[in-house]
Write a protein that binds this ligand. Structure first.
Ligand code: ZN
Ligand code: MN
Length: 495
C-alpha cells in the first residue's frame, strides 16, 4: 500500500485450531458430537474430577502426524504433555492439557495458490491439545456451562508471519480446510467451529526511509473465510490510520491487543490489551507418559495418506489436460475427485466430463446442498453421458436434462435421451424448418444480425438459443449454427 509519502505492508501470522474428527475425546472415551444435549457427553475425566486418569487417544496423534507430514513439518520423535494453567468456568480442571516446548510437529511450510501464483507460508509448529467447554450467555442474569466440547482434540497450527495480504490469508484458510478434509482428519466446518482462525496482524510502515512497526492485533471470533479476509483488510487500514494519528503507535510502545470481529458491521473492536504475558505456569503433566514416534509409525501413517489436493490438481491438469480452474473445482472435494477419475477410467472423455462436473453435476449438487459425490450417481453412467455429448447424440443443454433425470432413474443415459426425446436431430430439413421458425419469430434480431456487423455475433447467438428452444433441445447446435450463418449471409447479399 502507498499513501501520502508512506508505504505500508501487512504482516499476518495465523493461529489455527482444527478440531480433529476422532470418535472420542482426547483423554477419555466420551463421544465427540456436535449439538448434542448440553453436558450429555461428559465423564469424570473431562469434567475434571479429582483422582481420575487421562488416557491418550492414539487416533488423535495419528491424525496430527498426517497433518504435520502434509505441512512438510519435522515430526518430533519424542513429545510430551504439559499443563497450561488458567482459570475459566468452561475449564473445570483449571488447566488445559497441551504441548509446550516439544510440539508434535514443527518447521514446515504450506504452499498456497494466490491468483495463479504459488506463495509459501512457513509453519512454525503444530501441537495437540484439548478444547475447553462452552460458556453460554443466552439466559439473562447467568452464564451456563456446557462441557460436551471439553476434552475434544484440537490441533493448533501456528504459522510464521508470512502472509502479506487479505487475499493470501483467504487462500491459505481455504486450502488448509481442503487439506484437512482431504486427509479425513477434520470435518473442517467453520460454522460448527471445527476450524478457528486467529490472525495476528501488524503493519510495517515506511516513511522517509524510516521503518515503523505497529503493535500486533490478534483478531478473534472469525467464523467464515470471508470474515478472515475482511478482518485483515480492515486491520491493515485501521492500524495505518491509528499510526498516522499517533506516531507513538508502534510495537513495544503501545500494547498488543485482542480484537473481536463484528461481522454485521465489518469492523474489529478492542477486547483487551496484552500488557503482560500471561503466566500459564506450564509444567509436564505427571499423569501422562511422553509419546515416542518412531520411523515405522511415521511410515505407517504416511502409507495411509491419500494423494494431496495440490499434487492431484497438477496431475489432472497434466495427464488429462484439464484447465487449472476446472481441476481446482473438481479436486476441492476428495470423493468428487475420486468419482471424476473413476468416470474417466470408465471411458468418459475428460474434457467434456470436466465441463459437466463443473457446470451440470455441481449445479445439481449445489441445489441439493451436497458435493457431486453426494448425488450418488455412479461413475460409469456419468462417463457414458459425457460420451453421448461428445459424439453429438445429445446437445450440452439436453445433457443437463438427462443428468437431472439420472438422479432418480437407474436407466442408462442413452435410454433416457430416447425416452425424453432428446436425441439430436441430424435431419437437415427438420433443422432448417426450426431455423426458419426462429427467424420468423425474431425479426428484430434478424435485422440486427444482417445489418449491423457489430451486433451480428450476439444476434446469431440469440437466434441459436431460440432454435434450441423451439426444437426442445433436439437440434444439433453445430448444424444450427451453420444454417443460421448461411441464412444471414443470404439476407446480407439480398440487401
Ligand atoms: Zn469424558
Ligand atoms: Mn490453543
Amino acid at each position: 500500500m502507498s499513501d501520502g509519502g508512506i508505504t505500508s505492508r501487512v504482516l499476518v501470522g495465523m493461529e489455527i485450531h482444527v478440531q480433529l474428527a476422532t470418535r472420542t475425546k482426547l483423554f477419555c472415551s466420551c463421544a465427540v458430537e456436535f449439538a448434542a444435549v448440553p453436558n450429555s457427553r461428559v465423564c469424570p475425566v473431562c469434567a475434571g474430577m479429582p483422582g481420575v486418569l487421562p488416557v491418550l487417544n492414539r487416533q488423535a496423534v495419528e491424525f496430527s502426524i498426517a497433518v504435520g507430514l502434509a505441512l512438510n513439518c519435522r515430526i518430533a520423535p519424542f513429545t510430551k504433555w504439559d499443563r497450561k494453567s488458567y482459570y475459566y468456568p468452561d475449564l473445570p480442571k483449571n488447566y488445559q492439557i497441551s504441548q509446550y516446548d516439544l510440539p508434535l510437529a514443527a518447521d514446515g511450510y504450506f504452499d498456497v495458490n494466490v491468483d495463479g501464483e504459488t506463495q509459501r507460508v512457513r509453519i512454525r509448529r503444530a501441537h495437540l491439545e484439548e478444547d475447553a467447554g462452552k460458556n453460554i450467555h443466552d439466559t439473562p442474569g447467568c452464564t451456563l456451562v456446557d462441557l460436551n466440547r471439553a476434552g475434544t482434540p484440537l490441533l493448533e497450527i501456528v504459522t510464521e508471519p508470512d502472509i502479506h495480504s487479505a487475499e493470501q490469508a483467504y487462500a491459505f484458510a481455504t486450502e488448509l480446510q481442503r487439506l484437512v478434509t482431504y486427509l479425513g482428519v477434520s470435518e473442517g466446518s467453520m460454522q460448527k467451529g471445527q476450524m478457528r482462525f486467529e490472525p495476528n496482524v501488524n503493519m510495517i510502515i515506511t516513511r522517509d526511509g524510516e521503518e515503523y512497526r505497529t503493535p500486533i492485533s490478534e483478531v478473534k471470533n472469525l467464523n467464515s473465510f470471508r470474515s478472515v479476509r475482511d478482518a485483515i483488510a480492515y486491520e491493515a487500514r485501521r492500524q495505518v490510520q491509528e499510526w498516522q494519528r499517533d506516531n507513538g503507535y508502534v510495537l513495544g510502545k503501545r500494547p498488543n491487543e485482542n480484537r473481536g470481529w463484528l461481522d454485521d458491521r465489518g469492523v474489529t473492536e478492542f477486547q483487551r490489551g496484552k500488557e503482560a504475558a500471561h503466566d500459564y505456569r506450564y509444567f509436564p503433566d505427571p499423569d501422562l507418559v511422553p509419546v515416542e514416534i518412531d520411523a515405522a509409525w511415521l511410515d505407517r501413517v504416511r502409507g495411509q495418506m491419500p494423494e494431496l489436493p495440490r499434487p492431484r490438481q497438477a496431475r489432472l491438469e497434466k495427464e488429462l489436460g484439464l484447465s487449472p480452474k476446472d481441476a481446482e473445482i473438481i479436486v476441492t472435494d476428495r470423493a468428487t475427485a475420486d468419482l471424476f477419475e473413476a468416470a474417466v477410467a470408465a471411458g468418459g472423455p475428460p474434457d467434456v466430463l470436466a465441463r459437466q462436473f463443473v457446470n451440470v453435476w455441481s449445479a445439481l449438487a449445489n441445489e441439493r446442498g451436497v458435493a457431486v459425490a453426494g448425488l450418488q450417481v455412479d461413475a460409469a453412467r456419468m462417463g457414458r453421458l459425457a460420451r453421448l455429448t461428445t459424439d453429438g447424440t445429445v446437445s450440452a443443454t439436453a445433457a443437463k436434462q438427462i443428468a437431472e433425470r439420472m438422479l432418480e432413474s437407474p436407466d442408462e443415459p442413452a435410454t433416457l435421451a430416447e425416452s425424453l426425446g432428446l436425441v439430436q436431430v441430424q435431419d437437415a430439413d427438420q433443422t432448417a424448418a426450426w431455423v426458419a421458425q426462429a427467424f420468423a419469430e425474431n425479426e428484430r434480431a434478424v435485422r440486427d444480425a444482417a445489418a449491423n456487423p457489430k451486433k451480428a455475433q450476439k444476434a446469431a447467438g440469440f437466434l441459436r438459443g431460440q432454435v434450441m428452444r423451439i426444437s426442445g433441445g433436439k437440434a444439433d447446435p453445430r448444424l444450427v449454427g451453420k444454417l443460421i450463418e448461411e441464412r444471414l449471409a443470404e439476407l446480407r447479399t439480398e440487401d
